[in-house]
Design a protein around this ligand. Structure first.
Ligand code: SF4
Length: 234
């Protein structure tokens, strides 16, 4: 673990983020898909450092509400989002050879699309970072069961990965967002607790898992896009 981490209370959001910034800024950034957890973290992070870095992946298939949320966040916090786009040639090749909805045909095809639109841009975003911050929570899915507040990211050259909300419940995140009047994605009010690309996200029914609306045609253990692969996951 980085020096000084032993003295940090991992349940203290402000302390975790302050440690992350003190130790790694400016070689650290928050990865935002403008989900509820991400906007909560943006509020906390900008409160500690108005120049804290935030990046986002524009897959080309995001819902309009996500773009509008990003814009409202930029205006509210007077920050600049560092957007990353997929490789143009790779997307052109994918769509010309397999069409616009190849990801529905098989897990392999879906992983291929996520690889082009998300994983490769993420790898570029992290290439110059020593650490990153995510909004993952343990209770979101079976694939995040063993999540820690601070981990070494084996999928990205062992850089540090802070998951400050790992132990939070969805209700806690909502309480934080409402308490601070943080702008959030309007899709959350329409039954979408987890929001990704438009064609791969749907609203969930009461009682369903939070990520049941992501790639709903797949089984739960496959429901990661490759951004947060951990040891033992494909
Ligand atoms: S979530 Fe769907 S559209 Fe987005 S990159 Fe993955 S497979 Fe492609």
């Amino acid at each position: 673990m980085p020096p000084g981490w032993d003295a940090v209370d991992p349940a203290d959001l402000q302390a975790v983020l302050q440690f992350a910034l003190d130790t790694f800024d400016p070689n650290i950034a928050l990865a935002s898909s403008f989900g509820l957890e991400d906007v909560a973290l943006i509020h906390a992070l900008i409160g500690l450092n108005p120049d804290a870095r935030i990046f986002a992946l524009d897959t080309g298939r995001l819902p309009e509400d996500t773009y509008e949320c990003a814009e409202r966040i930029q205006e509210r916090y007077e920050t600049k989002i560092e957007w990353y786009f997929p490789n143009t040639t790779a997307v052109e090749e994918l769509e010309r050879t397999k069409g616009l909805y190849s990801f529905r045909a098989s897990v392999e095809n879906r992983v291929e699309c996520c690889g082009i639109r998300k994983v490769e841009p993420l790898n570029r975003a992290l290439a110059d970072k020593a650490a990153w911050i995510t909004g993952q929570r343990r209770e979101q899915s079976v694939t995040r069961f063993g999540l820690n507040v601070l981990e070494s990211d084996a999928a990205h050259a062992g850089i540090w990965k802070f998951n400050p909300l790992a132990d939070w419940t969805l209700d806690q995140v909502w309480a934080y967002v409402r308490a601070h009047d943080v702008p959030y994605n309007r899709l959350h009010d329409q039954g979408y607790p987890s929001i990704g690309c438009a064609p791969c996200t749907r609203a969930i029914a009461p009682g369903e898992d939070e990520r049941a609306g992501r790639w709903w045609w797949e089984t739960p253990e496959h429901k990661e896009c490759g951004l947060h692969n951990r040891k033992g996951q494909s």
